[in-house]
Design a protein around this ligand. Structure first.
Ligand code: UD1
Ligand code: MG
Length: 479
């Protein structure tokens, strides 16, 4: 395969078709914004495109134009100029390509090649696109179409070749006859065109077909009929050309991407007990010797430091984890976790939680907007919200920070090395000083000075109460 840099000798521009509604998704979200491994579909296409030495990228938007444009502008990192043009009415891929060529950045007399692709093929690789453009140029073709052999070609346009094996035309599924339906070589919707030849060919399209649309695919037949060279280039890996039109295809494409991501991280030294049940978003960052146990989901801007062990059955969203940390059976969002921390099982860490090095958060604990100091322990059954727990402090089982008075939230502060007795209710705003203690069951609504003990509600003993109140044996039956 020719290298990517081979392409630099003639300007190459890309037109990405992304104006369609995606009716088959049955969704209010524009199709190209549906996510795979946390990243919108069109971004997967664009991420690969920007690896090529392109002069510019034109994106044809229409359905949900505003949100598609905004998403790309916010999430695409590239130096390549990107332009958006609007296709007002979705009259087919041929019409969309024509609209794409009206992009103001096109130099009208320029002799360049145009890569035309759709926003719904998220599994593409940059090397495949580079090879397509190279093959196009070597053959000095008017058009080169990337094709794939599929066991089940249902739904795709079929590549019709002539007696000499040259691509003659493309026929869409609804327009195909029985013989054509039997063709297993399909159109990937990824093409390279000589722009000077594409524009006039597009003007010759008509919507006389089963769907009443201007088909970009018809350009192939038009170019052939006018004596131009059209090349059909086989994709080495047919999965790369998978088009996503419905939710089943979305799930299938996501599964392929997920496997790619997992293979990448395993090569980087990440251990996965069961890659099939390990879900790592495209935006996640992992250090070598991280271990991911079954049922682990790492989403958004999550990062995990070296040798940390995550899972089983743990979901981390936008969460930063330090080194040598162990997290099991936990859900965490927008949380920062330091080195050598142990968390779980069955913990819910909500946004704004920060857990410093060496701390422990144990079974059935919920935290929110909480700073847990170095070496502090919240081992069991607690709610810690809008709170700061000092280094070395120990929070007993059943402790609650009562942070909400029915109207506003208030903060609780627990000092360094403080000991909070089991079942303490800390009625915020309240502060427990450094080294202070609270007794079991205390309801603390006043600040506790450093070194003090806050005792509350001791049970009153009533000697002989049971005998005095015992009724007949019948009343004693268990209820
Ligand atoms: C298209 C091809 C088919 C190919 C398949 C590969 C045509 C006529 N058919 O079919 O041969 O096998 O892709 O995945 O080209 N779009 C617009 N404006 C429109 C219509 C569509 O921008 O007016 C965009 C869509 O947003 C989408 C892309 O073009 O990203 C392709 O449209 P889609 O409806 O998915 O075409 P397919 O039926 O998949
Ligand atoms: Mg499609």
């Amino acid at each position: 395969m020719e290298g990517v840099n081979e392409l630099a000798y003639r300007p190459l521009t890309a037109v990405v078709l992304a104006a369609g509604e995606g009716t088959r998704m049955r969704s209010a979200t524009p199709k190209v914004l549906h996510r795979l491994c946390g990243r919108p579909m069109i971004l997967h296409v664009l991420d690969r495109l920007v690896e090529l030495p392109l002069a510019r990228i034109v994106i044809v938007v229409g359905h949900g134009a505003e949100s598609v444009t905004k998403t790309v502008q916010e999430q695409l990192a590239t130096e390549i100029p990107v332009e958006f043009v609007e296709q007002r009415f979705q009259r087919g891929t041929g019409d969309a390509a024509s609209v794409g060529l009206t992009g103001s950045s096109f130099d009208l007399d320029g002799e360049d090649d145009v890569l035309v692709l759709t926003g719904d093929t998220p599994l593409l690789r940059a090397d495949t696109l580079a090879a397509l453009a190279t093959e196009h140029r070597l053959a000095d073709a008017a058009a080169t179409v990337l094709t794939a052999e599929l066991d089940d070609p249902t739904g795709y346009g079929r590549i019709v070749r002539d007696g000499r094996g040259n691509v003659d035309r493309i026929v869409e599924q609804p327009d195909a006859n029985d013989a054509e339906l039997g063709i297993t070589e399909v159109n990937s919707s990824i093409y390279c065109f000589r722009r000077g030849l594409l524009a006039p060919a597009l003007r010759r399209l008509d919507p006389e077909n089963a769907q009443g649309e201007y088909y970009l695919t018809d350009v192939i037949g038009v170019l052939r009929a006018t004596g131009h060279v059209v090349v059909g280039a086989h994709a080495d890996d047919a999965t790369e050309t998978l088009g996503v039109n419905d939710r089943a295809q979305l799930a299938a494409a996501e599964a392929v991407l997920r496997r790619r991501i997992n293979r990448y991280w395993m090569r980087e030294g990440v251990a996965m007990t069961d890659p099939e049940t390990t879900y790592v978003d495209a935006s996640v960052d992992l250090e070598p010797e991280v271990r991911l146990l079954p049922g682990t989901i790492l989403a958004g801007r999550t990062a995990v430091g070296a040798r940390s062990v995550i899972g089983p059955h743990t979901r981390l969203v936008d969460t930063i984890v330090g080194e040598d940390t162990i997290i099991e059976q936990t859900v965490a969002r927008e949380t920062e976790i330091g080195d050598r921390v142990t968390i779980g099982p069955w913990v819910s860490l909500r946004p704004g939680t920060r857990i410093a090095a060496g701390a422990h958060v144990g079974t059935f604990v919920e935290t929110k907007n909480a700073d847990i100091g170095e070496g502090a322990k919240v081992p069991h059954l607690a709610y810690v919200g809008d709170a700061e727990i000092g280094p070395g402090a120990n929070v007993g089982a059943g402790t609650i920070t009562a942070n909400y008075d029915g109207r506003t939230k208030h903060r609780t502060k627990i000092g360094r090395d403080a000991r909070i007795g089991s079942n303490t209710v800390l009625v915020a705003p309240v502060e427990v000083g450094d080294g202070a203690y609270t007794g079991a069951g205390a309801v603390v609504s006043e600040d506790v000075p450093p070194g003090a003990l806050a005792k509350g509600v001791p049970a009153r003993i009533e000697e002989g109460w049971v005998d005095a109140h015992r009724g007949t044996d019948e009343d004693d039956e268990p209820r």
